[in-house]
Design a protein around this ligand. Structure first.
Ligand code: WT7
Length: 646
């Protein structure tokens, strides 16, 4: 990419795996050698970690690329693999979920409890007319019933489409309609920031416009009043509560559709990403075992994502439960009732593995080091990060203030489309560098390629490409093979590579650095500059808590850098000093034309900064679509500030 990138990538800090973790690691360096020697045999070995009702005839059918078939002819049941087989192994009394409600209510659910509840829900769904192959929309808060609903669908071969509980009526309706869902599973409401927040009214409005929906199954969570349609609505506690806890799971084909998940709306119309059964579970399960080094007898694992995102699918439901993990599930926000809530939960359950997102880590750093310092975090042994590039300073803060300088930090790169982790260090094998996802996991083929699709060597930059099929890859975009081909496979059609849409760089040691979406790469005076890179430089300044950078059209330089910066509480610094700081860190070409001090940034509900809106502001345009914003008032504040700074 550009020479300016060299500056950021002179990251000399490096942290080898702790001896204790390396000595007992689930996966060692040998896995890379095995996968290199015979990739398909490697994945075949990982598939054998699961119970199959019928073995496969062929590991991979790639005769019609990019439409892959993995474990052709094999049959299995996903819920059986996540539940029944653990019971058969005498693990029924193991805690599957320590659930913590936002108001402080708790539930302890063993594998036997979870099995019984999933069987009841499977019977109830069948009674409501759901058959294998039907689609079921799930619109729930972070309550155990969300996992139960997903597993019940999987158990009967229904394809679930989970829609994040924070999405609006239009977003929900669009997704229900696109998938022609027959049943919607929802709740009266959930708790958010200390108050009940309703869900059922949104479903009522959406379903009024979705003729395919026959039944709405409603969990009672908050007890708030709900409108009721007797011919359509059914209480969960009636239908599931009265159903039999006996249910025999039927096996399904390895390529049976497991779920559709719509990708978050930072760009155009959402895409229904389709995942299937055998390959998906193989990779979700293996990566959870390998990347988090899960020891199911002793670890307490906590992934803070919402079940409405792919992280919740693969690393709350399918990965951990297939591995027999004991995990924490939390309903609410990190600052309710106080800003130490996460650390209180870690202390209470003696959490050993924590998986969270850079946006949360930067927020915690902004709130202050003294908050986590009040809690006993000594149980932690492995920390994970996912969702966007993690700035080296945020990585270091996480390592020091949460991990006590003792825990490996695994920065895991993947996407809704990839289904499971693709690029990440292994905690017992890989030296970690703050800010780098390091390299592809065993069995995964990823490269940094130039514009023309040629593979770049160490020190080179360009685009991230996945250069071979992988078991948990998306199979298509629901109902739109053409868009699937265009979006992911046309850019490097000649080479047959998957285009991930992320900028990337290989450093001198061959480690991979993800630089954000390519639409987040700025072209300033002919130089490619990544927004992430400038953001990292800004966040490295002691006064800066968070930064978002966009390229705005500029008559002289093509694009100019405009930064929106949140200062740490109490910090005082001039804009000129910050510009100078970036210039010194990255070179004068990266000096922002303009820096705006703001108090909030516009984010999607999954925590991604909506640069598109900031670009609108920076270029004096009227704002585009704001419906996927977490808080739409934020933009008014920022626009007003921009005007007054002129
Ligand atoms: C995009 C996918 C994977 C689950 C959550 C997001 C960015 C994700 C990383 C990382 C740098 C990352 C990429 C990717 N991303 N993880 N560790 N380092 N970037 O899923 O909503 O499908 O978004 O998130 O840009 O393409 P998603």
């Amino acid at each position: 990419m550009s020479e300016t990138l060299e500056n950021l990538l002179h990251e000399s800090r490096r942290f080898p795996p702790p001896a204790e973790i390396a000595a007992h690691a689930n996966v060692t360096a040998e896995a890379y050698a095995q996968a290199d020697a015979d990739r398909l045999a490697f994945w075949e070995t990982q598939a054998k970690r699961l119970d199959w009702a019928r073995p496969w005839d062929e590991v991979l059918d790639w005769s019609n690329p990019p439409f892959a078939k993995w474990f052709v002819g094999g049959q299995l049941n996903i819920a059986y693999n996540c539940l029944d087989r653990h019971l058969a192994n005498g693990l029924g009394d193991r805690v599957a979920i320590h659930w913590e409600g936002e108001p402080g209510d708790t539930r302890t659910i063993t594998y036997a409890d979870l099995h019984a509840e999933v069987c009841r829900a499977a019977n109830a769904l069948t009674d409501l007319g759901v058959d294998a192959g039907d689609r079921v929309a799930i619109y729930l808060p972070m309550i155990p019933e969300a996992a139960v609903a997903m597993l019940a669908c999987a158990r009967i071969g229904a394809t679930h489409s989970v829609v994040f509980g924070g999405f609006s009526k239009d977003a929900l309706g669009g997704r229900i309609q696109d998938a022609s869902a027959k049943v919607v599973i929802t709740a009266d409401g959930g708790y958010r920031r200390g108050a009940p927040s309703a869900l059922k009214p949104t479903v009522d409005e959406s379903v009024a416009e979705c003729p395919t929906v026959e039944k709405v199954l409603v969990v009672r969570r908050t007890g708030q009043d709900v409108a009721w349609d007797d011919s359509r609505d059914v209480w969960w506690h009636d239908a599931v509560g009265n159903a039999s806890p006996e249910h025999e799971a039927q096996p399904f084909d390895a390529e049976h559709p497991l779920f559709i998940l719509y990708t978050s709306g930072t760009t155009a119309k959402p895409k229904g990403i389709l995942h299937t059964t055998g390959g998906y579970l193989t990779q979700a399960s293996y990566t959870h075992h390998a990347v988090f080094d899960l020891k199911p007898e002793t670890d307490v694992y906590w992934c803070t994502a919402d079940i409405g995102w792919v992280t919740g699918h693969s690393y709350i439901v399918y990965g951990p439960l297939s591995n027999g993990a004991t995990q924490v599930m939390y309903e609410g926000t990190p600052d309710t009732p106080h800003r130490g809530r996460f650390w209180e939960i870690v202390e209470k359950y003696r959490v050993t593995i924590l998986y969270t997102a850079p946006t949360a880590i930067r927020t915690f750093a902004k709130w202050g080091d003294d908050i986590p310092a009040q809690f006993d975090l000594s149980s932690l042994r492995i920390l994970g990060s996912v969702g966007e590039p993690i700035n080296p300073e945020a990585w270091m803060w996480y390592r020091e203030h949460i991990g006590g300088n003792r825990c490996p930090v695994v920065d895991t790169w993947w996407q809704t489309e990839t289904g499971a982790i693709m690029i990440s260090p292994l905690p017992g094998v890989t030296d970690c560098k703050p800010g780098s996802a390091m390299g592809p996991l065993p069995g995964i083929k990823a490269e940094v390629v130039a514009d023309d699709g040629s593979i770049v060597g160490n020190g080179g930059g360009g685009y991230l490409a996945l250069t071979g099929p992988w078991p948990s890859m998306l199979r298509t975009i629901w109902g739109d093979d053409k868009r699937f081909l265009e979006t992911y496979w046309s850019r490097f059609a000649e080479q047959g590579f998957y285009f991930a849409g992320d900028g990337a760089k290989r450093d001198e040691d061959g480690a991979i650095w993800l630089l954000g979406r390519v639409d987040d790469v700025m072209l300033v005076s002919g130089h490619n500059i990544s927004t992430t890179e400038v953001e990292s430089a800004l966040v490295a300044h002691p006064a800066v808590a968070e930064a978002a950078v966009v390229g705005a059209t500029d008559p002289t330089t093509g694009q100019a850098i405009v930064a929106f910066v949140i200062l740490k509480g109490g910090a005082e610094v001039g804009v000129a000093e910050l510009r100078e700081h970036v210039s010194k860190t990255l070179g004068p070409i990266c000096k922002p034309r303009q820096i705006m001090l703001v108090t909030e940034l516009p984010k999607t509900r999954s925590g991604k900064i909506m640069r598109r809106l900031l670009r609108d502001v920076a270029e004096n345009r009227s704002l585009g679509d704001v419906t996927t914003l977490q808080d739409s008032a934020v933009m008014n504040l920022i626009s007003a500030g921009m005007q007054s700074s002129k």
